[in-house]
Design a protein around this ligand. Structure first.
Ligand code: FMN
Length: 172
């Protein structure tokens, strides 16, 4: 079984998770490529496809790539600013899953929180006092919680997730 990890990452959060995932894949039949940098090999059996969420979505260019992977096993992973909201995670995962070709097979998904650039917080602060303070304060609180992510616990969860995925793939 040959494994390919590919990921898109603007600020390095998904890259951290991608590297943890890559390390957790056993054996030597594996490769990791940053989507923006190289042509992606299409000869692997299993693809771990990773992305950071921007404006509510996975980058379109990565979704296009995903839709062109045929007869592969696909594992999705990603990071996003909002944390501790499993239903939000499931929603993002489902949107990405919908792009998997019918002849490929979704194996599983993993999401965790990722820190955001400080200008995002500055914008929230500017919005205070304009009539929706409880919501804005919640967003600032979430921003502050995200500051340390992905943390060691997220990376350990990513490792455990890979072990689960490998077991699932081996059972096929
Ligand atoms: C311009 C911008 C838009 C973002 N939009 C969202 C969003 O809609 N939902 C969300 O949960 N997080 C959002 N985030 C947070 C990113 O998903 C988060 O920081 C992620 O970990 C980035 O991953 P990367 O560093 O691998 O690109 C946004 C961040 C930026 C900078």
């Amino acid at each position: 079984m040959k494994y390919q990890v590919i990921y898109s990452s603007n600020t390095g959060n998904t890259e951290k998770v991608a590297k943890a995932i890559f390390s957790a894949i056993p054996g030597f039949e594996k490769d990791i490529v940053r989507f923006e940098e190289k042509t992606i090999p299409v000869d692997a059996d299993v693809y771990f496809v990773g992305f950071g969420i921007h404006k509510g979505a996975c980058p379109m260019i990565l979704l296009d790539f995903l839709s062109e992977l045929h007869h592969k096993k696909i594992v999705i992973f990603g990071t996003c600013g909002l944390g501790s909201d499993e239903s939000y995670y499931r929603c993002l995962e489902d949107e990405v899953k919908a792009w998997i070709a019918d002849d490929s097979e979704w194996i599983g998904s993993f999401m965790c929180q990722g820190k955001m650039p400080i200008n995002v917080r500055n914008k929230y602060v500017e919005m205070l006092g304009q009539g929706n303070d409880p919501k804005i304060e919640k967003m600032i609180h979430n921003f502050d919680l995200a500051m340390t992510h992905p943390d060691n616990n997220d990376l350990q969860n990513a490792t455990a997730f890979v072990e689960k995925m490998i077991r699932k793939i081996e059972e096929y």
